[in-house]
Design a protein around this ligand. Structure first.
Ligand code: GUN
Length: 284
């Protein structure tokens, strides 16, 4: 029997309806959750992501602001914008779209965001909190991926989870989240020897590689849950890191691309922004 589909569009619709509901309750109390997205330069993929983030805000009744900065912006000017948004009470979430132009220091810019407004969960305080079991903001893509894994209803404790990819945005936080779920976690990457030896043991396999169709059926354990984080453009089409048609015959659950994790990432960003506004209300 082919794998069942974990449908990010359907899950997002349900979650966004809940988010809209909570936004309207906050609005009744005079607070409109607000997200500011900083986009430096003209990277075409970033343009699309930023537009989708703005649309997500509109759809759920939030305020959104896109701060467009020229490619040539200096570090000081970028950080001055972040400082301004840190002070702006209409803004509950600040996101600096990555990658930044090469001459800029992303780590320094991310450190400048007030941790409670860091809706990406990339600030060191939030990253450290995830590592040590605290209550910080969780990065959107792994948070969405974990939500999808949980929707299978499978008991995760003691399961073998393999994450392919070790980025700060996906691989590392994903590994931490699965560890929190009591999985036995292995992180593989471009220098891993005999990758398939690891992936074939995975009850839960998360692919965040950045290469279209990289994970093939022979690399997957029968009955595995396969989560495809890849967004690769091939001949004008978006393809995942997983060879969907073949892996679908082996796995028990699988996420499609498009319509899988990508859709959930923005939904989680909206959720993180809403939660930041709810926390700000409690603190006020
Ligand atoms: N670029 C690619 N993914 C992301 C993300 O999750 N957040 C930000 N800020 N930039 C990205």
């Amino acid at each position: 029997m082919p794998a069942r589909i974990l449908d990010g569009r359907v899950m997002s619709e349900t979650l966004r309806a809940e988010i809209s509901q909570r936004v309207s309750e906050l609005k009744k109390r005079g607070i409109t959750p607000g997200l500011a997205v900083i986009l430096a330069g003209n990277d075409p993929a970033s343009e699309i992501y930023v537009r989708n983030k703005g649309n997500g805000c509109l759809e759920t009744g939030m305020y959104s602001e896109t701060v467009r900065l020229p490619e040539s912006i200096s570090q000081e000017e970028l950080e001055a914008e972040i400082d301004r948004l840190n002070q702006d009470s209409r803004i509950h979430g600040i996101l600096v779209q990555l990658p930044l132009p090469k001459h800029l220091d992303a780590a320094s810019a991310l450190a400048r965001i007030r941790p409670e407004k860091d809706v990406d969960g990339f600030h060191l305080l939030n990253a450290g909190s995830l590592m040590t079991g605290g209550e910080g903001v969780i990065p959107c893509t792994p948070k969405g991926a974990l939500y999808m894994i949980r929707q299978t209803g499978v008991d995760l404790a003691g399961k073998d989870a393999v994450v392919i990819g070790r980025s700060n945005i996906v691989g590392k936080p994903m590994a931490m989240l699965l560890l929190r779920e009591n999985c036995t976690v292995t992180v593989c990457h471009s220098r891993t020897k005999d990758l398939a030896e690891y992936t074939r043991r995975a009850d839960i396999l998360v692919a965040a590689v950045g290469r279209a169709g990289f994970v093939t059926a022979d690399m997957v354990k029968p009955g595995a849950i396969v989560i495809d984080v890849g967004i690769n453009r091939v001949d004008g089409k978006v393809k995942g890191d997983v060879d969907f048609d073949s892996v679908r015959e082996v796995a028990s659950w699988i996420t499609p691309v498009p319509g899988g994790v990508g859709k959930m990432t923005i939904t989680m960003l909206l959720q993180n922004t809403l939660e930041a506004a709810e926390r700000a209300e409690k603190k006020a």
